[in-house]
Design a protein around this ligand. Structure first.
Ligand SMILES: *Cc1c(COP(=O)(O)O)cnc(C)c1O
Length: 384
């Protein structure tokens, strides 16, 4: 049977992959080389210089494209390098409409780097797709969506936003880092570009920093590839290998992340010392029905506010955690806890972040794949 028609779990292992041409190695070798021998000038075996292409990176790019149901994949040195390439599609004067509840580093890149070059950003709530249309002008080039959002776990209706993008002939890019293609495949829902911080769930082991873009359209792929090669923020061969290895267990890890996520969200919600829990799997989450329609399950990312809602209470809890590690990042096998206001979202001004709910007392959990009982026990002793 053709490897192109595989189901998702099989694709994580085989999608876009073939045994290495030299010796049949099942895992692609780490081609730790910058350059390639040529027979006569311009005649080579498909690779000339490793910024332009490298066989280990190609293997990762094909794998990522396959699991997102896309035609073209590109791997970058970080998630932000991938976002940087997308925004470089814009010219001075072009406008981008973005979710207001987004990764702090994306916000910083848009505001502090690209505004200098005359690109205009609008940060708005997108839970109600009708709200977006007000901000679309003839200068709009791109809509930037993150769903679930970070860290408030809001859900944005990708189908509704994509029909708006098509109506106005603008591009729709979705940061799919939190959901991963196991839970949600934005290209199938009408997006033009999918972006990943592969540092998180795709790599899955907290041992690498990598980014990726996936698209279907050939002309768009060529434009992005030109930027990738011209700007040069590519993913190296060793890191490509590590993410490829991570992707092979994405489906089993994600299944456990979702199971543990559900158990912990439920535990926290019933805890007398917890004020509020943000997780799209709750039936009374404002966008639960959209989450249900566009995601396979609800993931392992949870935010919560302890009762009393003070900065000091939140800090005390994250300091006491033993199995959860207090650290930046998410999506690894180990459980992590973070304090968005001072960590991931520290680069967003206090007034801006409080508008979207990132208050000083908010704690964000990336629930890992340990035993559920140990994680709950740990939360129990920390919350008290
Ligand atoms: C981490 C992250 C990024 C940035 O990716 P890096 O690999 O750290 O550069 C972008 N978006 C989201 C949602 C993230 O969690």
């Amino acid at each position: 049977m053709s490897k192109n028609n595989l189901k998702f779990n099989s694709k994580t292992i085989h999608g876009g992959q073939q045994p290495d041409k030299a010796y049949g190695a099942v895992m692609p070798p780490i081609y730790q080389t910058s350059t390639y021998a040529q027979a006569t000038p311009g005649t080579h075996k498909g690779y000339a210089y490793s910024r332009s292409a490298n066989p280990t990176r190609t293997a990762l790019e094909n794998s990522i494209a396959s699991i997102e149901n896309g035609n073209y994949g590109m791997a970058f040195g970080s998630g932000l390098a991938a976002i940087d390439a997308v925004i470089k599609l814009c010219n001075p004067g072009d406008e981008v409409v973005s979710t207001n509840d987004l990764y702090g580093g994306s916000y910083r890149l848009f505001k502090k780097i690209f505004e200098k070059y005359g690109i205009i950003f609008h940060f708005i709530g997108m839970e109600n797709a009708a709200n977006i249309e007000k901000y679309i002008t003839d200068k709009t080039k791109l809509l930037w969506v993150e769903t679930p959002t970070n860290p408030m776990m809001n859900i944005i209706d990708i189908v509704a936003v994509s029909s708006l993008a098509k109506k106005h002939n603008v591009l729709l890019a979705v940061d799919n880092t939190f959901a991963t293609p196991y839970l949600q495949r934005p290209l199938d829902l009408g997006a033009d570009i999918v972006m990943h911080s592969a540092t998180k769930y795709l790599g899955g082991h907290s041992d690498v920093v990598v980014g990726a873009l996936i698209v279907n359209d050939k002309a768009l792929a060529e434009e992005l590839y030109f930027i990738q090669n011209a700007s040069g923020a590519i993913c190296g061969p060793m890191d490509s290998f590590l993410v490829l290895r991570g992707i092979k267990t994405l489906h089993v890890r994600m299944q456990r992340h979702c199971e543990n996520g559900k158990a912990i969200a439920t535990y926290l919600r019933n805890h007398p010392k917890v004020e509020k829990v943000f997780w799209p799997g709750f039936k009374d989450h404002p966008n639960h029905n959209i989450a249900k329609s566009q995601m396979k399950d609800f993931g392992g990312m949870i935010s919560f506010i302890p009762k009393g809602g003070t900065y000091a209470a939140a800090i005390k809890i994250v300091e006491k955690l033993q199995v959860f590690t207090l650290a930046e990042s998410l999506g690894g096998v180990e459980s992590l806890a973070g304090h968005p206001a001072s960590m991931t979202h520290g680069s967003i001004p206090k007034a801006e972040r409080e508008k979207i709910g990132v208050v000083d007392a908010l704690i964000r959990l990336s629930v890992g794949i340990e035993d559920e009982e140990d994680l709950i026990e740990d939360l129990k002793q920390a919350i008290g």
